[in-house]
Design a binder for this molecule. Structure first.
Ligand code: IMP
Length: 436
């Protein structure tokens, strides 16, 4: 399957919808693949002829020898994670150099103090913790906003080590104030010699690949090249429009792509919203359709719903159409990719949330992702006819059981956006395209 022009792939919910597979497929016909938000909090698995990989940062375009993979300026970049991913790829004979990987000089660097602060903040929050991935994402973006961040371009400066030491000095003070339990682990994490040694080693590997991707992106777009935007996390985790404070710290949708590239909605052909056939969430925060009993457990087991980055069990529930309509609105999404429909093959009953009730009012669309509103909203379900034979293994959508076809049609009719892609298994070829 080939996409022409500029297209982006994002997640319509709280992440983990299975974007990685499409990004992998589409990246084979892309000229540029741009990862535009988040950092090592994301995780996806790619299985191909080179082996199995669990990536947090490297864009999937790295497997296309003709594509340039870009880590944009708005990515929370952990040089140490990136180096270990590059090393793993090189071990498996994937060539990586400045010819196929460009790291924006404007990307902010995850430092050990960000990870320490992430953990300390979560501990301080106690029962109301966000349930972060512990990768330092929030503190990194906080430092960016406070305009004290260290960026990849700084790595190339002669005084890089001075910059680190200056920053380390005051971050240590901050951490000692936050560290109310006096855990001694933070001393180890902030060991000056270890930090300098780690960053010297990372610089050796990464320096040739650091540069400014913006003119390259603009030129490619003007010349009609195929540009693929690879989003991380999901629309409902957007820092501004998500279920604040239970959100990540970046923009997982089209806004994030624009900030990262300087390209705008008019420049984009398709914004593909990847939507799981049921709902999942990892971490804290409201989830109106969550099923806490046996049905939820069954979805988790059948769907193998455990976090790719942290291994945490994901909360599971029925597909939430009011939340999906909201995501389509805020994400500028004009195409849906529905994933994991095969997981519903094994369910004795299938429901779908058509609308909410809140204070005696009906809401077809989530009017705000305000965490309190969402926690109070009552999901109203429609029971869908379940299918008797599996979708798994079927090679054409028209051969799907009629009820499964109806499920797909019901979703697209309810939300007014076409389901152009349907995935019925983990392998790359277990997917149907309804794109003309
Ligand atoms: P953070 O991004 O690590 O700060 O975590 C904030 C929230 O976003 C938590 O609820 C995480 O579980 C969630 N989150 C972050 N990255 C991902 C992801 O890639 N998939 C799903 N959830 C994520």
């Amino acid at each position: 399957m080939k996409l022409k022009g500029t297209n982006i792939v994002i997640d319509t919910a709280w992440g983990d919808s299975g974007k990685g597979k499409f990004v992998d497929v589409f990246s084979h016909s892309a000229d540029l693949v741009v990862r535009f938000n988040g950092g090592a909090n994301a995780g996806h698995t790619v299985v191909n002829d080179y082996g199995e990989f669990k990536f947090h940062l490297i864009p999937t375009g790295i497997f296309n020898p003709n594509a340039l993979s870009i880590l944009a300026g708005s990515v929370a970049l952990s040089p140490l994670t990136l180096v270990s991913e590059i090393e793993e790829l090189r071990k498996k004979s994937v060539k990586i150099s400045e010819k196929n990987l460009l790291i924006s000089e404007y990307a902010h660097i995850i430092m050990p103090w960000h990870i320490a602060r992430d953990t300390l903040r979560e501990t301080a929050r106690g029962a109301s913790k966000v349930g972060t991935t512990g990768r330092g994402i929030g503190p990194l973006y906080a430092d960016r906003t406070e305009r004290i961040g260290v960026r990849m371009g700084d790595m190339l400066r002669e005084n890089f080590e001075e910059i680190i030491l200056r920053e380390l000095a005051w971050q240590k003070q901050l951490i000692s104030i936050m560290n109310v339990n006096n855990d001694d682990i933070y001393g180890e994490m902030l060991d000056k010699d270890k930090i300098l040694a780690d960053f010297r080693a990372a610089k050796e590997v990464l320096a040739p690949m650091i540069g400014n991707p913006l003119p390259i992106i603009w030129k490619a777009q003007k010349e009609g090249a195929n540009i693929l935007g690879e989003g991380a996390q999901g629309m409902l985790l957007d820092i501004d429009l998500g279920t604040y404070p239970y959100v990540t710290s970046s923009h997982p949708g089209i806004t994030g792509f624009s900030i990262a590239t300087g390209l705008q909605q008019n420049d984009i052909q398709r914004v593909i919203g990847v939507t799981k056939a049921y709902q999942t969430r990892v971490g804290s925060g409201p989830m109106p359709t969550e099923l806490t009993g046996k049905v939820g457990d069954k979805l988790r087991e059948l769907g193998n719903e455990y976090g790719a980055t942290t291994g945490r069990p994901r909360r599971c529930g029925w597909l939430d159409l009011p939340a999906l309509r909201y995501s389509l609105q805020i994400g500028g999404i004009n195409s849906i990719a529905l994933t994991k429909i095969d997981i519903l093959d094994g369910m004795d009953e299938i429901k779908i949330c058509t609308h909410y009730e809140h204070n005696s009012r009906r809401y077809d669309t989530l009017p705000t992702a305000d965490a309190e509103f969402m926690a109070e909203a009552k999901p109203i379900y429609k029971t869908m006819p379940r299918w008797q034979s599996p979708t798994e293994g079927i090679k054409n959508f028209i051969d799907f059981p009629k009820e499964a076809q109806k499920y797909v049609k019901f979703i697209e009719d309810s939300v007014g956006v076409k389901v152009e892609i349907i995935s019925n298994g983990p392998a790359r070829n277990e997917v149907f395209y309804r794109i003309e």
